[in-house]
Design a protein around this ligand. Sequence first.
Ligand SMILES: Cc1ncc(C[n+]2csc(CCOP(=O)(O)OP(=O)(O)O)c2C)c(N)n1
Ligand SMILES: [Mg+2]
Length: 292
Amino acid sequence: MNPTVVPHVDLPVFGPIPRGTPRADTVRKLAEIARAIRARDAEMIAVAGQGHIGGDYSSLDILTTLYFAVLRLDPANPRDPERDRFVLSKGHAAGSLYTTLAAFGLLDPASLETFMRPLSKLNGHPDRNKVVGVEANTGPLGHGLPIAVGFALAAKLDGSHRRTFVLTGDGELEEGSNWEAMMTAAHHRLENLTIITDVNGLQQGKSTRETTALAPLADKGRAFGMDVVEVPGHDFDALLGAFEAPPSGRPKLVLARTVKGHPISFMSDVVAWHHKVPSPDQVRQIVMELSK
Ligand SMILES: Cc1ncc(C[n+]2csc(CCOP(=O)(O)OP(=O)(O)O)c2C)c(N)n1
Ligand SMILES: [Mg+2]
């Protein structure tokens, strides 16, 4: 084994979990899929020499739950106007989106080898004009949620049942545009909109508490006119419950309590892993820990 060579990790194409699968089986399958995606993401970032693995890993159980068990989205018909929409507002976690789209069947897994190379479609921030399945260009924090509010309002005006889900970071909520968007969503009673915030407590260089404190987030969400639920963000059963709950006439804010770098021993809750790149040996360790 050459310690300087990044080990290759296969990523199967799983496709959506069939509707009607018993909950316990769905949860088991989601865990299997998320393990495979995390392993492939680690390899991809190590080969590219850049990426945001900490924020990818805190979001990946949320993305896996949405794509494989919640979104009405057919990998064979990704442009169906009636599909549900997902917007990755924390666009720096593009690696988590590309690996998820590949496992879902919307992106050729072989293309992951080009991540962040010159002329690749898989840029450090997602681009809807380059990658089928990316619904909005994001990266500058505070833009994805306002776009998602537009998607949800359009669906309501169309009389459509399609839903919009958007994932923000917690540090991202330090951008004021998010709060304007939330007020607008509440004003238009966009119950078809689910905002998920990845509350890992860490920003780029330090904690959110030290950067611009956000607490009490749940109270603020309610004050801005949303239904707020708080869930453990690595618990598939809890995430499924939060995403399935019946509409109430208000947009929903799901505060997902996560751990940056989860579940890897040396990355969990360590702020340096916001954009640190794993060495080949660390990729081996990640794959080993994921297989336990
Ligand atoms: C408008 C804007 N300012 C700064 C950045 C640089 N930046 C990229 S990620 C990040 C931290 C984001 O923290 P958070 O939203 O909590 O993301 P997560 O912890 O989920 O990775 C910053 C400041 C940016 N992408 N956009
Ligand atoms: Mg964060």
